[in-house]
Design a protein around this ligand. Sequence first.
Ligand code: GRF
Length: 197
Amino acid sequence: MLKLAVLASGSGSNLSALIDAEKNGIITDGTISLVVSNKKDAYALVRAKNAGIPALYIKRSEFSSDEEYDSHIVSRLKEYEIDVVLLAGYLRIITSPLLTEYENRILNIHPGLLPEFGGIGMYGLKVHESVINAGVSTSGCTIHLVTKDVDMGPVLAQKHVPVIDGDTPDDLAHRVLKEEHVLYPKTVQEFVSKIKK
Ligand code: GRF
């Protein structure tokens, strides 16, 4: 059984979907063993505690650089013997100490169809606003491996979602998020089943 850590900065609805998937037997080869947030008030931390999962708030300003911050995160991940890291609404760019230690073992979910509508600054509603402004008829979500190039790592799975005339960014976000909650657990299981110890 692989130990999974979820890194989240916000509401953590994807974290909840992952927790539920473990309970419901969709994720069978991994167990969520730690949740880390860079935001003290992230609701993801509350969700973790409610599920009995260790939850750490790690404050960026206590470290002198992003690299030192990520080195500290690595040491905490090691303490909990984490095998795979899942980013779920984690609004920080991952730097080399974490990328090196967990090479090809960090997954991210993006609320758009990469390689379009990704990269630095493309997160949350900004993605959906750009999709609507571009006038495309399809959006979706992407699960990918995290590499040093933001949102450019190998794609593991995608799900397409229609963009409907008159959609607001919130409407589209809602439609995409529902699919994220299905796609992320399914993809995590596929991934961990291939590398399980
Ligand atoms: C999701 O749309 C995810 O794709 C993006 O950030 C959002 C996080 O939502 N990376 P939540 O915190 O899981 O509810």
